[in-house]
Design a protein around this ligand. Structure first.
Ligand code: ATP
Ligand code: MG
Length: 545
């Protein structure tokens, strides 16, 4: 054990001498002493005592003042015991000394044994204190080390996690592109095959009108199916267009309609396969939600199809509507089917994820999810393997929905009531020719341009009832063209015809200056309805009356 240092402070040299000689009898103790109390602070800094024996009544600085000075210099948490030497044994003095930082008392005249005992005790306490401090330092270091380790592990975990998410995304993307390629290739095979048949032997094929017609109808159907694949893909995460119409809807009625429409699947087909499926309606009346009825019916139908598929031996499907807290309502499709494994639950919302091989495209749930999200809703799945699945869709009430479009829906079968003069700006010659044909078929007059500048020149040279333009054009964008057209003829409607619509809208950029936005591919009827909607704006009030 190292030596301990004791500092003796007393103005009486005889006392100092006496204490020194008592302590000298003990082994492992070294003493320093002073009779001038003003020296204590400096001496303590120099010799770093483990114990101070301190007289109370001294000239210049009494023991209380010395204790105060020492305390002011001591770092927090440090334990330096002070043994007060006093002839004054009043309890008031003792209390004051204790309050000033004294740890014990020795009453003058001293008894040698008592001096030794008290010094030993106080030094032992100090040793314990120092040992504790060392121990704390060791503990703190090991906590710091552990914290470092944990932080490193956490960082590694995060890195692995984000890597996994990235891999998941890539895998989903791969699966998705595989699915698209598969579906589109099938449709393309049909299209290319039948057109090839028509072209290779055109004299014979085209003279056989019923056959040629059948081939053309097959090609058209395949093209429409491809367009449906693309349209479904667009559903994922698509933002709601500003012009999209969200109507107040009665959810229980909508669910009932979906149940009726899907009846062939759950009643007729199921019976033919020898199984019975009971569809039960538990529809409580609810306030309206804001939404697109066709899309929401598709969500319900997709969920019913899944429920039916999950019950190969028959069972119950319950369609339920209910309130879902403040400002929201919900519908549920619950089945008593096979349920989902953990993996299926985790992946069922991925586009093209299916466990149905050839019979499923793996799009039902992901499309439903996309639609629900665009309605500011939530889709939750609760499934128990072997017992069944409940899918709940929560939707905000009509008043609570945000950003609802005000534009009127395009009337089905509508067409403009007169022939119009149309400026058609489109840089793809095939699309331009096709849309021109659509327009001419309805006896409209078409003036074509292949870029914005040419379009504007032609617009300036003649009077037009309507502009139809692509968005991505060389030199001058469709948006700039529309602005220039509106600047010259404020009342002239402009229809945007674009394949980029979703990309543009998804970025939250609603192109300005267009009266209607149409997506490619379009059919003559889409164009007719859009023209009927906007052409009214060019009808002079007198003619309209
Ligand atoms: N009610 C359900 N019970 C059990 N499994 C389900 C249920 N609904 C969905 N699943 C699982 O989730 C998968 C994905 O469903 P999703 O509707 O997206 O695609 P799909 O039904 O396979 O094909 P699609 O709907 O395009 O015809 C299904 O293949 C099935 O494994
Ligand atoms: Mg499905």
């Amino acid at each position: 054990m190292p030596e301990s240092t004791i500092l003796i402070v007393d103005d009486e040299p005889a006392n100092v001498f006496l204490l020194e000689s008592v302590i000298a009898r003990l082994s492992r103790y070294r003493t320093h002493s002073t009779t001038d109390s003003r020296q204590v602070s400096a001496l303590a800094r120099e010799v770093r005592p483990d114990l101070i024996l301190l007289d109370l009544s001294m000239p210049f600085m009494d023991g209380f003042a010395v204790m105060e000075a020492l305390r002011a210099e001591q770092p927090a948490g440090m334990y330096l015991p002070i043994l007060v030497l006093t002839a004054d044994v009043t309890s008031q003095t003792r209390r004051r000394a204790l309050a000033s930082g004294a740890n014990d008392f020795l009453t003058k005249p001293f008894e040698h044994e008592e001096v030794m005992l008290r010094c030993k005790n106080l030094l032992a306490t100090r040793d314990l204190h120092l040992a504790l401090q060392d121990q704390n330092a060791v503990l703190e270091e090991s906590v710091r080390q552990r914290t470092c380790d944990l932080e490193r592990t956490l960082a590694e975990l995060r890195a692995t996690q984000s890597q996994q998410v990235q891999q998941e995304r890539l895998r989903a993307l791969g699966e998705m592109s595989g699915g698209i390629a598969h579906d589109l290739n099938n449709h393309l095979t049909v299209m290319v095959g039948y057109t090839e048949l028509l072209l290779v032997n055109d004299a014979q094929m085209l003279s056989n009108r019923p056959m040629a017609r059948h081939y053309l109808q097959t090609v058209r159907a395949a093209a429409q199916d491809s367009s449906a694949v693309v349209a479904r893909l667009r559903e994922f995460g698509r933002r709601r267009e500003a012009a999209e119409v969200f109507l107040p809807l009665n959810l229980p009625r909508l669910v009932q309609e979906a149940a009726l429409r899907t009846q062939p699947k759950w009643r007729t087909q199921a019976r033919a396969a020898g199984r019975t499926i009971n569809v039960r309606l538990e529809l409580s009346p609810l306030p309206d939600v804001a939404g697109n009825p066709d899309e929401l019916r598709e969500v319900v139908a997709n969920l019913i199809f899944n429920a039916v598929d999950a019950m190969p031996h028959g069972g119950d499907v319950t369609l339920r509507t209910r309130r879902a807290g403040e400002g929201a309502v919900a519908f549920e499709v619950a089945d008593t089917g096979i349920g989902m494994t953990e993996e299926v639950q985790r992946r069922c919302l991925e586009p093209f994820f299916t466990t149905k091989n050839e019979t499923g495209a793996g799009l039902g749930l992901s499309v439903a999810y996309g639609i629900v999200k665009r309605h500011d809703g939530n889709l939750d799945i609760l499934s128990e393997l072997g017992h069944g699945t409940t899918v709940s869709v929560r939707l905000p009430l009509a008043g609570a929905a945000t950003g609802r479009g005000q534009a009127p829906a395009l009337a089905a079968g509508a067409r403009p009531d007169r022939a119009l003069r149309v400026l058609l700006v489109e840089d793809d010659p095939k699309v331009s020719e096709l849309v021109g044909e659509y327009l001419r078929l309805d006896r409209h007059e078409v003036v074509g341009a292949t870029n914005g500048r040419e379009g504007l020149e032609k617009f300036g040279a003649g009077a037009f009832d309507l502009g139809v333009t692509d968005l991505a054009l060389e030199g001058m964008s469709g948006e700039q063209l529309a602005a220039a057209v509106k600047a010259r003829a404020a009342g002239c409607p402009v229809i945007l015809l674009t394949g980029l619509a979703d990309t543009v809208l998804d970025r939250g950029e609603q192109p300005a200056g267009f009266d209607v936005i149409l997506r490619k591919p379009i059919l003559p009827d889409d164009l007719r309805r859009a023209m009927a909607q906007v052409a009214g704006k060019t009808t002079p009030p007198a003619a309209a009356a």
